[in-house]
Write a protein that binds this ligand. Structure first.
Ligand code: PEP
Length: 247
């Protein structure tokens, strides 16, 4: 199974559902549709409308983040996994570099993972090195720490997806080389296999994926799918990414 996840970030109003309608009509007729899953993570404000509209369809809705407490609390503007689940989301991103840079620590991330899973949300756990870590050849050690400080073998592997997103690549148009990326994905899977009884959860790539460079990424069979930011806000680009992946 492959995954194409669209992270809308701070984008979208109720009428943006048109974008999902177009993706859905492509997906419902696509001869490859059984080979992949489409997940869209709109902002919190749209989760309920989108989930209700796509309840009986194949597109799944997720959240971009969740708070590190389970249900209700007195934290202003915080939204818990329980609340996200209650409006129909099936997935949540956790540990996106945007949120790590705003202060998400490993122990906060561990609580997020724990409470999201407890509330039957599947998680997309984001990891990635920054520019200086890459320059200093610290990529693999950084990734290993990000995984091992948060994920534990007691978590159900089937509810977890990993998204490898080098921070220097997000929104910049810069992408890793094929050799670099293959090596990194294989390493991530090795670390995960050590935690999860010899079987790795799916590992996706994210960072400036578009309808052109997808032809390069598809060469790497170890990549189980893609987390797509900028290009997921256009139905055409998002659909072209899927079409070009299977071409
Ligand atoms: C992201 O923010 O998760 C992302 C992958 O963004 P982009 O595709 O725009 O680099």
């Amino acid at each position: 199974m492959r995954y194409f996840i669209g992270n809308w970030k701070m984008f979208g109003v109720p009428k943006s559902i048109n974008i999902l309608n177009k993706i859905n009509s492509f997906h419902s007729k696509d001869k490859n549709r059984k080979k992949y899953r489409v997940i869209i993570t709109p902002p919190y404000t749209l989760i309920e409308t989108f989930s209700n509209n796509f309840k009986k369809k194949k597109i799944l809705i997720g959240s971009q983040n969740c708070y590190q407490k389970e249900q209700f609390s007195s934290d202003t503007a915080a939204i818990s996994p329980f609340m996200i689940k209650s409006v129909g989301a099936k997935y949540t991103l956790i540990g996106h570099s945007d949120n790590r840079s705003e202060g998400d620590t490993n122990s906060m991330l561990k609580n997020k993972v724990q409470f999201a899973l407890k509330n039957n949300l599947k998680i997309v756990f984001c990891i990635g090195e920054n520019k200086s870590e890459k320059k200093n050849n610290r990529t693999l050690i950084v990734l290993k720490n990000q995984i091992r400080k948060v994920l534990e073998k007691k978590f159900n592997r089937n509810d977890i997806i990993i998204a490898y997103e080098p921070i220097w690549s997000i929104g910049t148009g810069k992408i890793p080389t094929l050799t670099e990326l293959t090596k990194t994905i294989i390493y991530i899977k090795k670390v995960l296999k050590n935690i999860f009884k010899k079987k790795s959860p799916p590992v996706l790539y994210g960072g400036s994926v578009d309808e052109t460079n997808i032809k390069i990424f598809k060469e790497i069979k170890e990549i189980d799918g893609f987390l797509i930011g900028g290009a997921s806000k256009s139905s055409k680009k998002f659909i072209d990414i899927i079409k070009n992946y299977y071409r």
